[in-house]
Unconditional design. Structure first.
Length: 45
């Protein structure tokens, strides 16, 4: 899991409620981590 600062994004979550926001941030971090470390998966299911 990446422990870096979150990238500054101009896109915003569709909803500002806790669940949607958390899911959006989670997906955003995963995508950012995958882009930063393509050889290291943030999560392996």
């Amino acid at each position: 899991w990446c422990r870096q600062r979150e990238p500054v994004t101009t896109t915003r979550p569709p909803r500002t409620n806790a669940i949607s926001l958390r899911r959006w941030k989670s997906a955003n971090m995963i995508r950012w981590c995958a882009n930063t470390w393509p050889t290291r998966s943030p999560r392996s299911s």
